[in-house]
Design a protein around this ligand. Structure first.
Ligand SMILES: [Zn+2]
Ligand SMILES: [Zn+2]
Length: 383
């Protein structure tokens, strides 16, 4: 049952003291009143006990939050009056859902006498996930990067530790349900008036209402704030992939874990290269003279350029596979390939001199140099 000891007063800290401040105050006082230092002093021994009791509650964030709300560290104490059958509302509530506030009841207290043995295993509703879209350039995606952006998220109000009560001020009995957390609803239906017992909406079935609302959060226990988030983008991430940052989403309204922050990644396309998994595809146009003579051709890679040495007499549509010049495989120390397909291009116009030179070239190259052309001519002759 609630006790009236003021643990904050015992430790000499403010109601909104940080856990570190509480710890440090406890250490100082525990040393001061330690029985070893005052062997026959009953007053010191009593103080030492009190200090330990206070720290046992305030030193534990969960117990502290419960103490702040209900004046006790024991989450079950409030339900002592219900006779401990585990379900103070009787059978009708077993499956929940039909009454708006029902889920919130478990959410609020995390644990019911008899229903769950410990706070940790109680029903908790996690905070909502936040989903955002993040645009990356092609280079950022293949090389990896760090991105900082702002997210508007729900945070637990640190002024009232999520209780909604100003400086942890007292609660008073709900005037609508007189502290029972339940009220009788009457509904007009075709069968006449039907009355049912449901969760009290005024107090969210807690039986208590805040005396004075926390000015920082307006009594909600949470506040919205613009937060700067930095995320490491792994090299190799692709368009439409997502990154989940655990616990970085909205705070739970009461007691549950935070939601996640889900980042949907959009990657802009490369002006020349096409991505195929971790391989890169390149259609490389070259002049027909380069195909004939061979030569060095500059090509783009995932993160720069590369000079490809084309051999003389490179045939159209030849495929060159440049091992390891593709994209870094996500979470691995290996890379895809750069696959180059040569597209031989004929000129679309020529000068008089060009034409004469090509005519000379045609006379010089023997017909047998063209394997397919020669086969074709031979077949034609036999027709
Ligand atoms: Zn009420
Ligand atoms: Zn607050």
């Amino acid at each position: 049952m609630p006790n009236n000891k003021d643990y904050y007063n015992i430790l000499g800290v403010a109601k909104d003291a940080s856990q570190d401040e509480i710890k440090s105050a406890y250490r100082t006082l525990a040393k001061k009143y330690h029985p070893d230092l005052h062997p026959n002093d009953a007053n010191c021994s009593h103080k030492f006990k009190e200090v330990n009791e206070a720290y046992e509650t305030l030193g534990d964030a969960n117990k502290r939050s419960n103490y702040d709300q209900f004046g006790t560290a024991d989450p079950n104490a409030r339900f002592g009056g219900f006779g401990g059958n585990g379900n103070p509302f009787g059978e009708g509530f077993g499956n929940g859902g039909s009454f708006g506030g029902f889920d919130d009841i478990f959410d609020m207290f995390s644990s019911f006498g008899g229903r769950t043995k410990s706070r940790q295993s109680g029903v908790q509703i996690p905070g909502e996930d936040i989903v955002i879209n993040l645009n990356l350039t092609f280079k950022e995606a293949v090389s990896g990067c760090e991105k900082t952006f702002k997210v508007n998220k729900v945070e637990k109000c640190d002024k009232c530790h999520g209780t909604g009560a100003k400086n942890g001020t007292e609660y008073e009995t709900c005037p609508d349900c007189h502290g029972t957390g339940q009220v009788r609803y009457t509904q007009n239906t075709i069968f006449g008036q039907v009355s049912s017992i449901g969760a009290c909406k005024t107090c969210n079935a807690t039986g208590k209402v805040v005396k004075e609302k926390c000015p920082n959060c307006g009594g909600k226990g949470t506040i919205k704030s613009l937060q700067e988030i930095t995320v490491k983008i792994p090299a190799g991430i692709d368009n439409n992939q997502t990154i989940t940052m655990r616990d970085k989403g909205n705070a739970s309204i009461k007691n549950g874990p935070n939601g996640n922050l889900i980042i949907n990644v959009s990657v802009s396309s490369h002006p020349i290269l096409e991505r195929d998994g971790f391989n890169l595809l390149l259609d490389l146009p070259i002049p027909f003279t380069t195909a004939y003579l061979g030569g060095n051709v500059k090509i783009p890679t995932a993160d720069g350029t590369y000079v490809l040495a084309l051999p003389a007499l490179t045939q159209p549509n030849t495929v060159f596979k440049l091992k390891g010049r593709g994209i870094k495989v996500l979470q691995k120390e290996s890379y895809g390939d750069l696959i180059v397909t040569v597209r031989v291009e004929m000129p679309k116009e020529y000068s008089k001199i060009d034409k004469e030179l090509i005519q000379k070239l045609e006379e010089n190259i023997s017909g047998s140099s063209y394997k397919k052309f020669k086969e074709f001519q031979d077949k034609l002759k036999r027709l």
